[in-house]
Design a protein around this ligand. Structure first.
Ligand SMILES: *Cc1c(COP(=O)(O)O)cnc(C)c1O
Length: 432
């Protein structure tokens, strides 16, 4: 085993696992709405010598020597991100979405400060004030949820809650809410109560960057996003903000300095430079006209998938979607609390989804009554409306026959055949 040997020689077990993962993603349809497939160029940037370098600090202000090249790629990533979202300041160093969100809390709130976030069960994220998360433990969290009838956000109700809770910061953002957000309405609520407006666009970043969804940047003090969901970059995150601190205009530090200081030295150590190089590549891709067409197709595909499933008798939270994701309610199929079983049955048919709570969940988060799915990854693969009809029809068939092995096997055959027509990473055995 030598330093320059291939991975297949150095570690046959890991190398076989990588090959098996390549096979898994090629054979099935990936419908987890937070997942995507990065381009070959992004994968190439990830597998580079940039993984070796320590570069604590920021471009031109590093603690270690030898960072002249790292500065080039980090600056490329920053400038491209600014252009994508019209941001004044960007920090591309957060390791992932949750650490980015921690940095926002750390930068702008004191321990125990009041905060208003979106309830996890109704479509928010753990880091939006869930009691099991640091955000719910260390801050005084109030949560807004969706209307029981419409399952939509009601901005008048959020305004009322904000006036009661008097939060220092209000979150807008989603993980499982299938509709557009009104960032301007959130801004008005924040202005009314003197709160920071923080948008977490982890899921919808690609749509926001291309105008397929409203861009929150003009209405926010700070915006966080992952880079690996609809933005189709490497696993990671970034924080975008204004330079001025609206609620603390004469403070010792402005908003940009507070955010940067919270990421490093506040929470993190050295940046992951191979990932940041890959972010630069992904942002360049996202600035091309093709990426806008891609994002438009994600939404068109989601609508057709939703319509197909509803046509087959499935019920969706809010009765449909206007972004990239949707949540099936299993209640009318007699499958309340059976999200896990349905997820497993769909997996047997090579359809990858995740179980999810539904608003006002009648069962529990461990045995939820919903299935969340979305179209970013299948759209990257080149699938369009007609393929969505096949997939939607297969999903409905599996849900109607969760315990019928033969029906599931037939759906699996249809899915395998569909996927053969859309080769993923064609000609690119990653290990060959
Ligand atoms: C995915 C997601 C995150 C967390 O990202 P990780 O990279 O998994 O830490 C945070 N917020 C929202 C809204 C998300 O959807």
């Amino acid at each position: 085993m030598a330093f320059m040997d291939d991975i297949s020689v150095v570690d046959p077990e890991t190398s076989e696992a990588i090959l098996n993962e390549e096979k898994r993603i090629r054979d099935g349809v990936e419908l987890i709405p937070s997942e995507n497939f990065v381009s070959k160029a992004v994968l190439q940037a990830l597998g580079t010598v940039f993984t070796n370098k320590y570069s604590e600090g920021y471009p031109q202000k590093r603690y270690y020597g030898g960072n002249q090249v790292v500065d080039v790629v980090e600056t490329l990533a920053i400038e491209r991100a600014k252009k994508l979202f019209g941001a004044e300041h960007v920090n591309v160093q957060p390791y992932s979405g949750s650490p980015a969100n921690q940095a926002v809390f750390f930068a702008l709130l004191e321990l125990g400060d009041p905060f208003l976030g979106f309830d996890l069960n109704a479509g928010g994220h753990l880091t939006h004030g869930s009691p099991v998360n640091f955000s719910g433990r260390f801050y005084k969290c109030a949560q807004y949820t969706v209307d029981k009838e419409t399952e939509l956000l009601d901005y008048d109700v959020i305004m009322k809650l904000a006036k009661e809770a008097k939060p220092r910061m209000i979150l807008s953002g989603l993980t499982a809410y299938p509709r557009k957000l009104d960032f301007k309405a959130f801004r008005e609520i924040c202005d009314e109560v003197g709160a920071y407006h923080w948008a977490d666009i982890a899921h919808i970043a690609g749509l926001c960057a291309t105008g397929v969804h409203q861009n929150p940047m003009p209405y926010c003090d700070v915006v966080t996003t992952t880079t690996h969901k609809t933005l189709r970059g490497p696993r990671g995150a970034m924080i975008m903000c204004s330079i001025k601190d609206r609620l603390d205009p004469n403070g010792k530090k402005n908003m940009a300095q507070k955010i940067d200081g919270a990421v490093f030295p506040g929470l993190q150590g050295g940046p992951h430079n191979h990932v940041n190089a890959a972010k630069a590549v992904a942002f360049r891709e996202a600035l091309q006209p093709d990426f806008k067409r891609y994002c438009q197709q994600i939404v068109k595909n989601a609508k057709v998938l939703a319509d197909t499933m509803m046509g087959k008798g499935l019920e969706l939270v809010t009765g449909g979607t206007d972004n990239h994701l949707m949540v099936i309610k299993l209640v009318n199929k007699g499958l309340t609390g059976k999200g896990k079983e349905v997820q497993t049955a769909l997996q047997e048919a090579e359809i990858t989804v995740n179980k999810n709570t539904i608003p006002y969940e009648p069962s529990s988060p461990f045995n939820p009554s919903g299935i969340r799915l979305g179209t970013p990854a299948v759209t990257t693969r080149g699938m369009k409306e007609s393929e969505m009809k096949v997939i939607g029809e297969c999903i409905a068939r599996v849900i109607d026959n969760v315990n019928d092995k033969e029906a599931i096997a037939r759906a699996r055959k249809d899915i395998l055949e569909l996927c053969r027509g859309f080769p993923l990473y064609p000609g690119m055995g990653i290990l060959k």
